[in-house]
Design a protein around this ligand. Structure first.
Ligand code: ZN
Length: 227
């Protein structure tokens, strides 16, 4: 799905066109070459028809990457901010975050299927809920109930890893842009446009946030905390 969604699914919901701003395109290509992340093609996505959220992502697994930028990012941000956001995305790729997250999700799936195997082959599971003789359908249902707390706990691990990766990608972008200023202002603008909570409770962040709160990211960028 990681491979297919930008090619097959996103074009169903968004319109992709070549980035009309030639100068921005050449700046993006120049930066990507400087960071040794060659880009073959930059397209503009009409994200504004759905929300004000700004975003950018890469597609393409081969040597030449394709960049897709939401029109909301282009319209609401300065050039330096756009480049900083792309440098952050390049950072995810350079630090090999995607293969790591895929490995983690494969590992959690393996755990889930192992537990499922034992659950459907043990008649005590359905018997504990008062169902005899055991059937696959009931086993699946009861397993789903029992597995939910485990999957919630695994979600905390996944989110923690994701937040860690965000700090790493921010640090990469700071280095690539020669300082924190451009990414800091991009993040500030985005969090305003996304109406995100600047000061969520740390425990709520632990439970639910895949990205660190913006103030923490800004502090890490400015070097006030280790990140
Ligand atoms: Zn990120």
């Amino acid at each position: 799905m990681t491979f297919l969604s930008p090619r097959l699914l996103l074009p169903l919901f968004f319109k992709f066109q070549p980035l009309p701003d030639e100068q921005l395109k050449s700046e993006i290509v120049a930066m990507s070459e400087r960071l040794q992340f060659p880009v073959g093609d930059v397209s503009l996505v009409d994200g504004s028809r759905r929300s004000a959220k700004a975003n950018a992502f890469f597609t393409g697994m081969g040597r030449l990457k394709r960049i897709a930028i939401f029109d909301t990012l282009v319209e609401n941000h300065s050039r330096e901010e756009i480049l900083a956001v792309l440098a952050h995305e390049i950072g995810h790729s350079k630090r090999r975050h995607v293969p790591r997250q895929i490995a983690l999700s494969l590992a959690t799936s393996a755990l889930m299927f192992t537990l499922l195997h034992f659950a459907v082959h043990d008649p005590r599971l359905t018997a504990a809920f008062g169902v005899t003789p055991p059937t696959i359908a009931w086993s699946l249902l009861f397993f789903g109930i029992l597995y939910r707390p485990i999957s919630t706990a695994l979600g905390w691990v996944t989110s923690w890893l994701s937040r860690k990766h965000e700090f790493e990608a921010d640090a990469y972008a700071r280095e690539a842009m020669g300082g924190p200023a451009s990414l800091s202002s991009a993040l500030t603008r985005m969090s305003r446009d996304h109406l995100s909570n600047p000061t969520p409770h740390p425990f709520y962040v632990f439970l639910h946030y895949s990205h660190p709160p913006v103030l923490q990211r800004l502090e890490a960028l400015e070097g006030k905390t280790a990140g």
